[in-house]
Design a binder for this molecule. Structure first.
Ligand code: ATP
Length: 339
């Protein structure tokens, strides 16, 4: 295995006319890790992934898979990656096994080896019972498993998955998550985009947040959950016996505390400080004022809140990472004529 990172992107740009879909992003993903790619609609995720999959050309910058430049050596890159697009074509009157066999042929397998690869992939993705079903008549979950199976036929080191969980019901999402976990345990590098942040947090070693074509954060989910909110406050869950309204009433007349949300026996509050002594003071004051507090604990932020906070920081001109100040250092790349 190469010592280069599994995925490396350096000062990557992709413009569509005036539109800066990818605007100077840089990141590295080490071998064997799972990285979530997060961003609002139109943030530039698919464009970045398509460049990594050698399906599009950057306007400028470098993208490499295991040290191999995706523009200069697309064939080599395609042998190393499994690409699972958000939408993919299907064929009428082609069964699941015929579909996979067709792609195994395209990957260059023949004879017994081809048969074995198709069988292994069908077993892994639990498609054996569906082998003779028409591939264009499958449910969304089955279709995603077929697409995953297709991308695994050549046993790639790196998997690039664009919104694989979109449109799946909860059961199909759990199945997909399980398959991704097994692939990660096998040592594959997985780069996966999704809007379902809570799910990404569970299975990813790191999260890459993109906004307006720029990386705004690259770190692990735990740090984000533990972090302060955009204004430097901390969230607490407060539960009381008696009237739960007492918590919100108390917050209204006390400074540095904000009531955020009612809960069955209390509510969620925000204290305008990260200092634990301040939280202790708030608790002491509540008790002194007669609130019967039975629970008072710091809440982890969910990833959605963390992401929204991050965007708020960017809007206010705070906290953007260096990648937000693009300095193109590479000569413009002129893509070869496509045929
Ligand atoms: P989504 O979550 O909606 O899939 P995304 O983060 O994947 O969004 P991209 O599909 O990369 O975003 O699109 C980034 C921007 O580039 C969008 O404004 C999109 O309209 C634009 N764009 C993408 N492909 C093209 C194209 N071929 N021609 C013109 N504009 C494009």
């Amino acid at each position: 295995m190469s010592t280069a990172p599994a995925i490396k992107v350096n000062n990557l740009y992709r413009y569509f006319g005036q539109l800066k879909a990818v605007n100077g992003i840089s990141f590295e993903i080490p071998h064997g890790s799972v990285c979530g790619f997060v961003g609002a609609n139109g943030a530039g995720k698919t464009t970045t992934m398509r460049i990594l999959a050698s399906l599009d050309y950057p306007t400028m910058g470098v993208a490499e898979i295991c040290g191999i430049n995706v523009v200069h050596h697309p064939e080599e890159v395609r042998r190393l990656i499994g690409w699972m697009p958000d939408h993919f074509g299907n064929y009428e009157h082609m069964t699941v096994v015929e579909y996979l066999d067709f792609y195994a042929r395209a990957f260059g397998f023949s004879g017994k080896e081809r048969k074995n690869r198709v069988q292994e992939v069908m077993e892994f993705t639990d498609l054996v019972p569906l082998a003779d079903r028409f591939s264009n008549k499958l449910s969304k979950g089955m279709t995603q498993r077929l697409c995953l199976g297709r991308s695994l036929l050549h046993d790639p080191q790196v998997l690039i998955m664009d919104e694989p969980a979109a449109g799946l019901d909860p059961k199909a999402r759990v199945e997909l998550k399980h398959l991704i976990r097994v692939l990660a345990q096998e040592g594959k590098t997985i780069f996966i985009s999704s809007h379902i942040l809570s799910e990404l947090g569970e299975m990813c070693d790191s999260l890459l947040f993109v906004n307006g074509g720029r990386i705004v954060h690259h770190g692990d989910a735990e740090t984000l959950r533990q972090g302060t909110d955009a204004l430097g406050g901390m969230l607490y869950d407060v539960q009381v016996t008696g009237d739960p309204q007492a918590v919100s009433d108390w917050c209204v007349i006390n400074p540095h505390v904000e009531f955020l949300e009612s809960r069955k026996t209390g509510g969620r509050i925000r204290i305008e400080s990260t200092d634990p002594d301040r939280a202790a003071e708030v608790l002491a004051r509540m008790i002194k004022d007669g609130l019967k507090v039975v629970e008072f604990h710091k809440e982890q932020r969910n990833l959605e809140d963390a992401f929204i906070d991050m965007l708020g920081r960017i809007d206010r001109g705070e906290g953007a990472l260096p990648s937000a100040a693009p300095k193109p250092v590479l000569p413009a790349f002129t893509p070869p004529e496509s045929n």
